[in-house]
Every structure is written in structure tokens, then in C-alpha cells.
Design a protein. Structure first.
Length: 80
């Protein structure tokens, strides 16, 4: 376990922001390759290993895609 003056920054600073940013992009449908480039990873496999658990399942993506086609937009709401 790491200790030292940078420990707090790792948990609450830029590293935490990266761990927030990547799943947001993946949930929005961004490709693992693009997210990997944004994060500066040299290998998309690393990005996939770290963030795969946070990616939406194919079932959820399929359901959302079908819902967008067949479900009417309700007044006062917006589509995801």
C-alpha cells in the first residue's frame, strides 16, 4: 500500500477524476479505443481491463436502442 504526501491526491485529485471521466464516456457509447487515447494509455487492453466492469452491458445498450425507436417521447422529458 502506498503512503506519502501524494496519497490523498491520488484518491481525490486527478486520478479520481480520470476514474469518473472514463466510465461516463463509456456509458455514453464512446469506444474503448477512444477512451484509451483520451486517458493516454498506450494499450487499449489496459483501459479495457481497468474499466470493463463499468461498461454498459450489450443487453442494456440493445434495450435502449430499441426503446429510442419505439417509445414515444413524453412531454417534458428528454431522450438519453
Amino acid at each position: 500500500m502506498r503512503t506519502g504526501k501524494y496519497e490523498s491526491a491520488r484518491e481525490h485529485g486527478m486520478h479520481a477524476l480520470r476514474h469518473f471521466h472514463a466510465p461516463v464516456l463509456l456509458d455514453a457509447g464512446e469506444s474503448i479505443k477512444a477512451v484509451s487515447e483520451y486517458l493516454g494509455h498506450s494499450d487499449p487492453g489496459l483501459t479495457l481491463r481497468v474499466y470493463a466492469r463499468l461498461m454498459p452491458t450489450s443487453q442494456a445498450r440493445t434495450r435502449k436502442a430499441v426503446d429510442r425507436v419505439f417509445l414515444p417521447i413524453q412531454p417534458g422529458t428528454r431522450r438519453e
